[in-house]
Design a protein around this ligand. Structure first.
Ligand SMILES: C[S@@+](CC[C@H](N)C(=O)[O-])C[C@H]1O[C@@H](n2cnc3c(N)ncnc32)[C@H](O)[C@@H]1O
Length: 311
């Protein structure tokens, strides 16, 4: 989120424009009817939403939902971890692009280093979350020289670091193909210091390719969203804060579910809208982009931003 646009005083959506927890819960129940069993709460930054653990507890008890996860920048995690755990959250993903304080500050665009985020991860680990993942977006010329140090910090802790290729989501991150440090390069860099071997995916369609440390001290993952796009295996639907159903990270818009819901649509009517969008989708942006040798990040202003769609 460019600081020059979203300064300290920026006014985000007024409360009536965002879905209430009850509305999110209702829509989640409808998604379950058409086959959804996993939910991830992301953002924006989910922990700035007041009473977020209440939403977690509402989602965790929905019949048919067997996995609720949260992606956070970890800044507010230390004080929220216990309540999230008590609410039933079992999986946590924390974004931390570098263990190096200066690189962390540069990439987060904030003057704070990683101290709060690391404290949050430590607290969560001590509370026994079933799984903690650390997301590292790798940008050539920015943080690739700190990858091994970041891997070293978490090696042997049980947390799984996942290195993600820098993607051209939205229009404001100034993406260029030359900034993509590929997964193959990540594996090569880490393998030189800590020998790795590939391991089987946990399930079909898992976005990360898994590698274990040969010395048995854990595993890492790489997400090759640019060099090896996986549109064909993508089963993610995204629901924005303001109630839009978005089927692709690179979409230019979504289908409004909030307006019909607030105008009195029945569950059957809403489910029919969701079903129609899902069965009619044909998104394969990443595959098309990787087949296009002339590709440059287009400046189409209608592309939704990562901080709107959440990853
Ligand atoms: C958009 S953030 C939202 C959730 C939360 N605020 C956070 O920081 O984790 C979700 C995930 O997207 C990843 N991400 C952001 N920009 C990206 C990009 N250009 N390419 C790949 N991943 C990106 C982040 O690292 C994070 O793990």
């Amino acid at each position: 989120m460019p600081a020059e646009v979203y300064g300290e005083k920026y006014e985000f959506l007024p409360r009536p424009h965002i879905l209430s927890f009850e509305e999110i819960e209702r829509l989640t129940r409808l998604f379950v009817r058409i086959g959804v069993s996993k939910v991830r709460i992301t953002g924006g930054e989910p922990l700035v939403r007041a009473n977020l653990p209440d939403l977690v507890s509402k989602l965790c008890v929905i019949d048919g939902i067997n996995d609720v996860a949260l992606t956070t920048n970890g800044y507010l995690l230390e004080n929220n971890a216990q309540q999230l755990k008590d609410a039933g959250l079992n999986r946590l993903t924390v974004s931390l692009d570098s263990i190096d304080p200066d690189v962390f500050k540069e990439m987060s665009g904030r003057p704070q280093g990683p101290t709060n985020t690391l404290a949050g991860i430590k607290t969560a680990a001590s509370l026994g979350f079933k799984q903690i993942k650390i997301n590292v977006v790798v940008q050539r010329g920015v943080n690739e020289h700190t990858l091994v140090d970041t891997a070293r910090y978490f090696k042997g802790t049980g947390a799984i670091v996942r290195f993600i290729e820098f993607m051209d989501v939205g229009t404001k991150n100034g993406w260029e193909l030359s900034q993509v440090f590929t997964s193959d390069e990540v594996i090569q860099a880490i393998n030189t210091e800590f020998p790795l071997e590939p391991i089987e995916p946990n399930y079909k369609g898992e976005v990360a390719s898994r590698y274990r440390y040969v010395d048995g001290s854990g595993e890492i993952g790489v997400i090759s969203s640019v060099s090896k796009p996986f549109c064909g295996d993508c089963t993610r639907a995204r629901l924005s804060t303001d109630g839009k159903l978005i089927t692709c990270l690179f979409a230019s818009g979504g289908t409004d579910l909030k307006t019909p819901m607030r105008s009195g649509a029945t569950d059957a009517e809403l489910a029919a809208i969701i079903n129609k969008v899902w069965t009619g989708r044909n998104d394969r942006y990443s595959e098309l982009r990787s087949n296009d040798t002339e590709f440059e990040n287009d400046s189409d202003d209608s592309k939704v931003e990562m901080y709107y769609i959440g990853g």
